[in-house]
Design a protein around this ligand. Sequence first.
Ligand code: PRP
Length: 177
Amino acid sequence: MDELTVLITREQIAAKVAEMGARITADFAGQSLVLIGVLKGATIFLADLARQIKLDTTFDFVAVSSYGNAHQQSGEVKMLKDVDGSVEGRNIILVEDILDTGLTLVYLMNVLRARRPKSLKVAALLDKISHRTHPIDADYVGFTIPDKFVVGYGLDFAEHYRNLADICVLESELEAR
Ligand code: PRP
């Protein structure tokens, strides 16, 4: 049986997401935005963040896979699903549940930057900064977290636990990672 310990409560998440949405609203006042969610983990964060952004906002999604051990990523990323719409000349915010090694976002930033958006920013709810092997910082960060395996609010272990309302540490799995 997996043991879950709450790390960040649903109330803390809601307050932080509201704060992030307010900052984004202020930073892009009078402009429109495209939120690009990275499937699947970012879906719940994107849904909540979008409702805290008081601007003309559309959604798009990408799916990527990274090779190697899922938790010690090897450095190769492949696009499984590209965005549906054009990025050129638009204000883009890449929305991630967690920024870990940085591999995924460095890859996606390079791909999207080449398509000449008007602006390109990153919003990450969680930042596991001690794991970073690829140099990238999010423009909007919710919480900096310790080097623990976390699930909930979109984050999974073998596809489970994404629907937890709180962000929890999965205790029993720590040894395996
Ligand atoms: C997670 C997370 C990011 C990525 C971050 O996705 O959603 O996309 O890992 O890790 P990185 O900074 O080391 O690249 P995951 O591959 O677990 O897929 P999921 O979103 O479908 O759970």
